[in-house]
Design a protein around this ligand. Sequence first.
Ligand SMILES: [Zn+2]
Length: 423
Amino acid sequence: MVPLRVDGERLRNAVETLATFGNDSGGGISRSTFSTADTHARQWLSECCREAGLVVREDGIGNLFIRAEPGDAAAAERLPVWAGSHIDSVPSGGRFDGAAGVLAAVEVLRCLREQRVPLARPVEAVVWSDEEGCYQGLLGSGTLVDGLADDDLDAIVGREGRTLRQALAESGRDPNTAVRAPQKPPVAHAYLELHIEQGPQLEDAGLDVGVVTGIVGLVHGQATFTGRADHAGGTPMDRRRDALRAAAAFVLGLPALPSQVGRPDSVVTCGDLRVAPGADNVVPGQAVCRLDFRDPESQGLSDLRDAVVALAHRCAKEHDTSVELDWAHVADPVFLDADLQELIEASCAQLGYGSMPLPSRAGHDAQKVATVAPTAMVFVPSQGGRSHCPEEYTDPEQLARGADVLATAVAELAGSPKPRDDG
Ligand SMILES: [Zn+2]
């Protein structure tokens, strides 16, 4: 394995330039897919790539494939190595979420060409459409993997009220070309996604690179506490059946659950609480807590769910209320490819960078792609663990080190004509 180093200064400039598209007055980035800012960002990126001798192609749903061709025709026919992420942002998000991975992948392609690294197969930087879900979370990677029906074009409605069909048409695309059947694996030789950690573990450990072991599974739920609405003046304190008191006790009990069930990697959140009837002079008759919990393993998710149910019933009983729980399973946990994790660790070792294994608690396109191609992720540190906010920051030198690791691993994968199944 040959350690490769990218042009860190060029990568840093690219991050700064991309951040000029969709920058809002609050210092954040608002660049949703199919917006004007997104169109301009794509035009800039495509132009840079073409100038660097790379071939740019867009599919019907807006995924961009930026390709470094290998030397000979036989190699061009082989499955490509993919590296990528997304350039859309949440409203008032940061400059690094997704952008870091896309720009690192493009920098890797430039570096492979400039350093004349022999390629036995194509290498493509992939920009997935609408990862953040202005229309639908993981829309681009999800369409590639699961397909997209014609009905979906009208059923999927964006945050600003346009249907997916309208958004595609108004951004100059032909909506009919977005419709496709699910893809059968393998669609790529390997997929590597560099991403900011969006958490504090790497910074706390003083390390440059996280080798992602898997992407957590996600369950959404709702706990509805029902008591009795009563007069806030006339009802003595000890005669109340206050649904909000039960809900409050429940929310305060949530943080202890992961360690109680022996799942220190779990997280559980109540991010939304609605009280009815919702008046200052009425004892709350109903309180609805909306929940999100995540764990790297299915067993962990079900253990956590059992603990949440037990806590909810205990709190309901203590406050003379009843509780009903509803669940929506959002995503299964995904384990990333063990051989690719080893390759990333070996690349770190070659380059002399410190790394640690860690799970991803956020969703990524990689979780979709992992079902149709061997997939792994490289995390770089997030300052203060902050993300999805204007303060999101990754040190340019640490980003460059992550890109070096990506370059070294991609070169190793693209250097061999052998399918991965042959070892
Ligand atoms: Zn992201």
